[in-house]
Write a protein that binds this ligand. Sequence first.
Ligand SMILES: C[S@@+](CC[C@H](N)C(=O)[O-])C[C@H]1O[C@@H](n2cnc3c(N)ncnc32)[C@H](O)[C@@H]1O
Length: 241
Amino acid sequence: MQLQIDQFKKSPNGQAKKTARVQGGEPTNDLVFSASTGTNDEVFPSILSLYVPKGSIVADVTYGNGVFWRDVPAGDYTLKASDLKNGVDCRKLPYEDESLDCVVFDPPYMHTPGGTAHSNHQNFEGYYQNNATSNGNAKYHEAVLELYFGGCREAYRVLKPEGILIVKCQDEVCANKQRLTHVEIVNELVMKGYIVEDLFVIVRNGKPGVSRLKKQYHARKNHSYFLVFKKRKKPVKPKKE
Ligand SMILES: C[S@@+](CC[C@H](N)C(=O)[O-])C[C@H]1O[C@@H](n2cnc3c(N)ncnc32)[C@H](O)[C@@H]1O
């Protein structure tokens, strides 16, 4: 490997001009990519490898069945796993302020009005506990967003400055309206003291279907996202009106 430290360029007057550019490294395509086809457990470890140093204290606050962690070697991180199923609401975590290096957050990303929607196709309520969560007066997609925003607010409290928040989400069409959940989350979080670090697109294997179709109006979603945020070093000051 050849390391070139001082680079010189010709300036307009013909004199050599020292630039700050430093070259080094080796060519490779053995990289972590922003889009991949596969499953969450295949992608999640590479996101950790980029953003969360081994030995970090990580809270997965919607641990569910722990699928994300299937391929993460036990012992690489101090993992604190919790879920509403075990009585811990992600909006009221039992951790001290600024005590964690990373929070992983994967709440229900689809609304289940009345608890029965989608139930004949896939048991979303059983798996995601969408209605078990109290969401104030918000309904449908707004309830999904409210939980995302509430959980991210609580994550901000428990994260150390420059701590990492990894959020899993998927866009949805709600009442025939296209709701780009990932954009809505990014817009909210940058206002609330987070910096966007990365976005990963995961494309599902195979072709998801629908149980009944008369006419298709929007593209069937077959992708989801991992968003990576960093808590700002210093809190953002609220803007004066
Ligand atoms: C998409 S699943 C998470 C799957 C998980 N990442 C895995 O790898 O298995 C959503 C989870 O959020 C949990 N949940 C719903 N509302 C919650 C809340 N208010 N606080 C904490 N967990 C909640 C559900 O119980 C469910 O396990």
